[in-house]
Design a protein around this ligand. Structure first.
Ligand SMILES: C[S@@+](CC[C@H](N)C(=O)[O-])C[C@H]1O[C@@H](n2cnc3c(N)ncnc32)[C@H](O)[C@@H]1O
Length: 203
């Protein structure tokens, strides 16, 4: 982490960071100081999508979950520059957050844009999206809530599609959902990868 990123993280965390409790659910109304429909993005990276969505929809709340602190420092500087009041950040493993700290039905949208592909077969077990993840996602989303996953890795896309088909918690959305572009999406496009989108509704 650069000194600037560290400083930004320390200075801005009290305003935008959500510290996880030892155990038990988060109070999201308290974290935002209001009750509003909520989107959570897992692994926001540079945060291009989260910033664009939060700017465009001030009536909604946006939570970013990311494990990489230098990225969070940089992201919070941009949140401050844009004067966004509807963004909060959690620095933790998203599976733990979903499993232990998100109240059931607390989200209206869950985004996972270009999760780490772990392309080697022996690393596939490290991939985020699997049936366990989908069960946690289904619990966190309110009925009718949207799950939107995108990847540029064909074999990951196939595995995600199979897991979604096997899941009883979701049904496929018939219309494609708009979303802002991301850094890893542009990288995939430069490599000539096709982009696979999964837009599902919580039953
Ligand atoms: C390939 S990058 C994609 C970043 C961004 N979504 C994009 O499309 O440009 C994956 C991101 O997910 C984060 N990540 C990986 N595993 C995670 C986890 N279990 N919980 C939260 N974030 C995670 C990584 O730190 C990284 O920033």
């Amino acid at each position: 982490m650069t000194p600037g990123q560290r400083q930004a993280l320390e200075r801005l965390w009290p305003q935008y960071g959500i510290d996880l409790p030892e155990a038990g659910p988060l109070d999201l109304d308290l974290a935002f100081g209001r009750r509003a429909p909520r989107t959570l993005e897992i692994g926001f990276g540079m945060g291009d999508a989260l910033l664009a969505l939060a700017q465009a929809q001030p009536q909604r709340d946006f939570i970013g979950v990311e494990v990489y602190p230098p990225g969070i420092g940089r992201f919070l500087l941009r949140v401050e520059q844009l004067g966004l009041r509807n963004v909060r950040v959690i620095c933790a493993d998203a599976v733990q957050v979903l499993d232990r700290h998100l109240p059931p039905g607390s989200l209206s949208q869950l985004l996972v844009l270009f999760p780490d592909p772990w392309p080697k077969k022996r690393h596939h077990k490290r991939r985020l999206i699997n049936t366990t993840f989908l069960a946690l996602a289904a619990r966190a989303l309110a009925p009718g809530g949207q799950l939107h996953i995108a990847t540029d890795w064909a074999d990951y896309a196939q595995a995600i599609g199979e897991a979604l088909t096997a899941s009883t918690g979701f049904s496929a959305e018939t219309t494609a959902a708009e979303r802002p572009a991301t850094k890893y999406e542009r990288r995939g496009q430069r490599l000539g990868h096709a982009i696979h989108e999964f837009v599902y509704r919580r039953r």
